[in-house]
Design a protein around this ligand. Structure first.
Ligand code: SAH
Length: 231
Protein backbone atom coordinates (compact mmCIF):
# COMPACT_ATOMS: atom_id res chain seq x y z
CA UNK A 1 0.00 0.00 0.00
CA UNK A 2 1.43 3.38 -0.98
CA UNK A 3 -1.58 5.67 -1.11
CA UNK A 4 -4.81 5.09 0.75
CA UNK A 5 -8.31 6.18 -0.34
CA UNK A 6 -10.80 6.80 2.46
CA UNK A 7 -14.38 7.35 1.38
CA UNK A 8 -17.78 8.15 2.80
CA UNK A 9 -21.03 9.09 1.09
CA UNK A 10 -22.15 12.00 3.26
CA UNK A 11 -20.24 14.86 4.82
CA UNK A 12 -21.24 13.60 8.27
CA UNK A 13 -19.46 10.33 7.52
CA UNK A 14 -16.07 11.88 6.76
CA UNK A 15 -16.19 14.77 9.27
CA UNK A 16 -15.04 12.60 12.19
CA UNK A 17 -12.24 11.26 9.96
CA UNK A 18 -11.06 14.69 8.83
CA UNK A 19 -11.00 15.87 12.45
CA UNK A 20 -8.30 13.31 13.06
CA UNK A 21 -5.83 14.73 10.53
CA UNK A 22 -3.85 17.99 10.26
CA UNK A 23 -2.69 20.03 7.27
CA UNK A 24 -5.42 18.98 4.89
CA UNK A 25 -4.90 20.00 1.27
CA UNK A 26 -8.15 20.39 -0.65
CA UNK A 27 -8.31 19.70 -4.39
CA UNK A 28 -11.52 20.25 -6.35
CA UNK A 29 -12.30 17.84 -9.15
CA UNK A 30 -15.48 16.77 -10.97
CA UNK A 31 -17.75 18.89 -8.74
CA UNK A 32 -16.31 17.36 -5.58
CA UNK A 33 -13.64 18.00 -2.98
CA UNK A 34 -10.72 15.68 -2.26
CA UNK A 35 -8.87 16.07 1.05
CA UNK A 36 -5.21 15.02 0.92
CA UNK A 37 -3.26 14.38 4.10
CA UNK A 38 -0.02 12.73 5.15
CA UNK A 39 -0.47 10.64 8.27
CA UNK A 40 2.62 9.12 9.91
CA UNK A 41 4.27 9.11 6.51
CA UNK A 42 1.31 7.53 4.70
CA UNK A 43 -0.47 9.50 1.97
CA UNK A 44 -4.26 9.42 2.35
CA UNK A 45 -6.94 10.96 0.12
CA UNK A 46 -10.34 11.40 1.76
CA UNK A 47 -13.62 12.24 0.04
CA UNK A 48 -17.37 11.98 0.44
CA UNK A 49 -19.05 11.11 -2.81
CA UNK A 50 -22.63 12.30 -2.20
CA UNK A 51 -25.39 9.73 -1.87
CA UNK A 52 -26.04 6.86 -4.28
CA UNK A 53 -24.28 4.44 -6.61
CA UNK A 54 -23.47 6.86 -9.45
CA UNK A 55 -21.72 9.46 -7.28
CA UNK A 56 -19.97 6.73 -5.31
CA UNK A 57 -18.64 5.09 -8.48
CA UNK A 58 -17.36 8.43 -9.76
CA UNK A 59 -15.55 9.17 -6.51
CA UNK A 60 -14.05 5.70 -6.17
CA UNK A 61 -12.81 5.81 -9.79
CA UNK A 62 -11.37 9.29 -9.27
CA UNK A 63 -9.56 8.28 -6.08
CA UNK A 64 -7.95 5.38 -7.89
CA UNK A 65 -7.36 6.71 -11.40
CA UNK A 66 -6.68 10.40 -10.77
CA UNK A 67 -5.16 10.36 -7.29
CA UNK A 68 -3.39 7.01 -7.68
CA UNK A 69 -4.79 5.35 -4.54
CA UNK A 70 -4.06 1.63 -4.38
CA UNK A 71 -6.22 0.58 -1.42
CA UNK A 72 -9.73 1.85 -0.63
CA UNK A 73 -11.52 1.95 2.72
CA UNK A 74 -15.16 3.06 3.02
CA UNK A 75 -16.76 4.24 6.26
CA UNK A 76 -20.40 5.13 6.80
CA UNK A 77 -23.83 4.17 8.08
CA UNK A 78 -26.39 1.57 6.96
CA UNK A 79 -29.81 0.15 7.67
CA UNK A 80 -29.67 -3.10 9.63
CA UNK A 81 -31.42 -6.28 8.44
CA UNK A 82 -29.80 -8.98 10.59
CA UNK A 83 -31.63 -8.76 13.95
CA UNK A 84 -28.29 -9.08 15.73
CA UNK A 85 -27.36 -5.64 14.38
CA UNK A 86 -28.60 -2.89 16.67
CA UNK A 87 -28.25 0.83 16.07
CA UNK A 88 -24.57 1.79 16.47
CA UNK A 89 -23.28 -1.73 15.74
CA UNK A 90 -20.54 -2.36 13.18
CA UNK A 91 -20.64 -4.51 10.06
CA UNK A 92 -17.93 -5.22 7.52
CA UNK A 93 -18.99 -6.53 4.12
CA UNK A 94 -17.37 -9.70 2.83
CA UNK A 95 -19.55 -9.42 -0.28
CA UNK A 96 -22.01 -6.93 -1.68
CA UNK A 97 -24.78 -6.87 -4.27
CA UNK A 98 -27.00 -4.34 -6.06
CA UNK A 99 -30.53 -5.07 -4.83
CA UNK A 100 -32.17 -2.70 -7.32
CA UNK A 101 -30.44 -4.04 -10.44
CA UNK A 102 -33.24 -5.91 -12.17
CA UNK A 103 -33.33 -7.51 -15.61
CA UNK A 104 -35.27 -10.50 -14.29
CA UNK A 105 -37.64 -9.99 -17.25
CA UNK A 106 -35.02 -11.88 -19.29
CA UNK A 107 -34.65 -14.75 -16.85
CA UNK A 108 -31.59 -13.39 -15.04
CA UNK A 109 -31.40 -13.45 -11.24
CA UNK A 110 -31.91 -10.25 -9.25
CA UNK A 111 -28.74 -8.18 -9.10
CA UNK A 112 -27.20 -9.74 -12.21
CA UNK A 113 -26.26 -8.29 -15.59
CA UNK A 114 -24.27 -10.14 -18.28
CA UNK A 115 -20.55 -9.65 -17.75
CA UNK A 116 -21.10 -8.97 -14.05
CA UNK A 117 -21.95 -11.12 -11.04
CA UNK A 118 -24.65 -10.93 -8.36
CA UNK A 119 -22.03 -10.56 -5.63
CA UNK A 120 -18.72 -8.73 -5.56
CA UNK A 121 -16.19 -9.60 -2.87
CA UNK A 122 -14.04 -7.35 -0.74
CA UNK A 123 -10.42 -7.91 0.35
CA UNK A 124 -10.06 -10.97 2.59
CA UNK A 125 -6.79 -9.53 3.90
CA UNK A 126 -8.26 -6.14 4.89
CA UNK A 127 -11.27 -7.85 6.47
CA UNK A 128 -9.04 -10.06 8.57
CA UNK A 129 -6.92 -7.09 9.70
CA UNK A 130 -10.17 -5.32 10.65
CA UNK A 131 -11.35 -8.32 12.68
CA UNK A 132 -7.99 -8.46 14.43
CA UNK A 133 -8.30 -4.74 15.31
CA UNK A 134 -11.83 -5.34 16.61
CA UNK A 135 -10.77 -8.16 18.88
CA UNK A 136 -7.75 -6.22 20.16
CA UNK A 137 -10.07 -3.33 21.07
CA UNK A 138 -12.98 -5.38 22.40
CA UNK A 139 -15.24 -4.18 19.59
CA UNK A 140 -18.10 -6.33 18.34
CA UNK A 141 -18.22 -6.51 14.56
CA UNK A 142 -20.28 -8.70 12.24
CA UNK A 143 -18.94 -9.78 8.85
CA UNK A 144 -21.68 -10.28 6.29
CA UNK A 145 -23.52 -9.37 3.12
CA UNK A 146 -24.38 -5.76 2.33
CA UNK A 147 -27.01 -4.94 -0.29
CA UNK A 148 -26.79 -1.61 -2.10
CA UNK A 149 -29.43 0.28 -4.07
CA UNK A 150 -30.50 3.78 -5.02
CA UNK A 151 -33.29 3.81 -2.44
CA UNK A 152 -33.55 4.75 1.21
CA UNK A 153 -35.31 1.62 2.46
CA UNK A 154 -37.95 2.31 5.07
CA UNK A 155 -40.44 -0.52 4.72
CA UNK A 156 -40.56 -4.06 6.06
CA UNK A 157 -41.74 -5.29 2.68
CA UNK A 158 -38.65 -4.04 0.79
CA UNK A 159 -36.37 -5.06 3.63
CA UNK A 160 -37.79 -8.62 3.59
CA UNK A 161 -37.37 -8.83 -0.19
CA UNK A 162 -33.68 -7.88 0.15
CA UNK A 163 -33.20 -10.27 3.06
CA UNK A 164 -34.77 -13.24 1.30
CA UNK A 165 -33.30 -12.57 -2.17
CA UNK A 166 -29.69 -11.83 -1.17
CA UNK A 167 -29.44 -13.06 2.46
CA UNK A 168 -28.22 -9.55 3.24
CA UNK A 169 -27.32 -8.44 6.76
CA UNK A 170 -27.47 -4.71 6.08
CA UNK A 171 -28.32 -2.32 3.28
CA UNK A 172 -27.17 1.05 2.08
CA UNK A 173 -26.75 3.10 -1.10
CA UNK A 174 -23.07 3.03 -2.16
CA UNK A 175 -21.03 0.02 -1.05
CA UNK A 176 -21.56 -2.40 -3.95
CA UNK A 177 -20.79 0.24 -6.56
CA UNK A 178 -17.52 1.11 -4.82
CA UNK A 179 -16.64 -2.59 -4.58
CA UNK A 180 -17.39 -3.11 -8.29
CA UNK A 181 -15.08 -0.23 -9.22
CA UNK A 182 -12.30 -1.56 -6.98
CA UNK A 183 -12.72 -5.10 -8.31
CA UNK A 184 -12.52 -3.88 -11.93
CA UNK A 185 -9.45 -1.75 -11.21
CA UNK A 186 -7.82 -4.42 -9.05
CA UNK A 187 -7.68 -2.35 -5.87
CA UNK A 188 -8.24 -4.01 -2.46
CA UNK A 189 -11.53 -2.76 -1.01
CA UNK A 190 -12.93 -2.58 2.52
CA UNK A 191 -16.52 -1.57 3.27
CA UNK A 192 -17.41 -0.70 6.86
CA UNK A 193 -20.77 0.54 8.14
CA UNK A 194 -22.32 1.29 11.50
CA UNK A 195 -26.06 0.84 11.81
CA UNK A 196 -28.12 4.06 11.82
CA UNK A 197 -31.61 2.50 11.51
CA UNK A 198 -33.25 -0.82 10.78
CA UNK A 199 -34.77 0.04 7.38
CA UNK A 200 -38.32 -0.19 8.74
CA UNK A 201 -41.14 2.35 9.11
CA UNK A 202 -39.11 4.32 11.67
CA UNK A 203 -35.95 4.38 9.54
CA UNK A 204 -36.21 8.04 8.51
CA UNK A 205 -36.61 9.15 12.10
CA UNK A 206 -33.87 6.85 13.42
CA UNK A 207 -31.48 7.85 10.66
CA UNK A 208 -31.75 11.55 11.56
CA UNK A 209 -31.34 10.71 15.23
CA UNK A 210 -28.35 8.36 14.90
CA UNK A 211 -26.48 9.44 11.75
CA UNK A 212 -23.82 11.39 13.64
CA UNK A 213 -23.18 8.93 16.46
CA UNK A 214 -23.12 5.89 14.17
CA UNK A 215 -20.91 7.65 11.59
CA UNK A 216 -18.53 8.40 14.45
CA UNK A 217 -18.49 4.74 15.58
CA UNK A 218 -17.56 3.69 12.07
CA UNK A 219 -14.92 6.42 11.67
CA UNK A 220 -13.25 5.70 15.01
CA UNK A 221 -12.95 2.02 14.17
CA UNK A 222 -11.63 2.89 10.69
CA UNK A 223 -8.88 5.05 12.18
CA UNK A 224 -7.80 2.12 14.37
CA UNK A 225 -7.65 0.00 11.23
CA UNK A 226 -5.53 2.63 9.42
CA UNK A 227 -3.17 2.68 12.40
CA UNK A 228 -2.86 -1.10 12.20
CA UNK A 229 -2.19 -0.99 8.44
CA UNK A 230 0.81 1.21 9.15
CA UNK A 231 2.45 -1.16 11.62
N1 SAH B 1 -31.09 12.41 5.22
C1 SAH B 1 -30.29 12.48 4.01
C2 SAH B 1 -30.48 11.26 3.12
C3 SAH B 1 -29.85 10.03 3.69
S1 SAH B 1 -29.91 8.68 2.58
C4 SAH B 1 -30.65 13.76 3.26
O1 SAH B 1 -31.77 14.22 3.39
O2 SAH B 1 -29.79 14.28 2.54
C5 SAH B 1 -29.18 7.43 3.59
C6 SAH B 1 -27.66 7.33 3.58
O3 SAH B 1 -27.23 6.47 4.62
C7 SAH B 1 -27.08 6.70 2.31
O4 SAH B 1 -25.82 7.23 2.03
C8 SAH B 1 -27.03 5.20 2.64
O5 SAH B 1 -25.83 4.59 2.20
C9 SAH B 1 -27.12 5.10 4.17
N2 SAH B 1 -28.30 4.42 4.73
C10 SAH B 1 -28.56 4.36 6.05
N3 SAH B 1 -29.75 3.76 6.28
C11 SAH B 1 -30.24 3.39 5.07
C12 SAH B 1 -31.46 2.76 4.66
N4 SAH B 1 -32.40 2.39 5.54
N5 SAH B 1 -31.67 2.57 3.33
C13 SAH B 1 -30.72 2.95 2.43
N6 SAH B 1 -29.58 3.57 2.76
C14 SAH B 1 -29.32 3.80 4.07
Amino acid sequence: MTKLAVMGAMEEEIEPLLEHFNDVKITEFAKNKYYEVTYNGLEIVIAYSKIGKVFASLTASTLIEKFGCDTLLFSGVAGGINPELKIGDLIIANKLCQHDLDITAFGHPHGFVPGGAVFVETSIELNSIAKEVASENGLKVIEGVIATGDQFVHSNERKEFIESTFKADALEMEGASVAVVCDALNVPCFILRAISDTADMDAGFDFDEFLKSSAKNSAEYLIKIINKLQQ
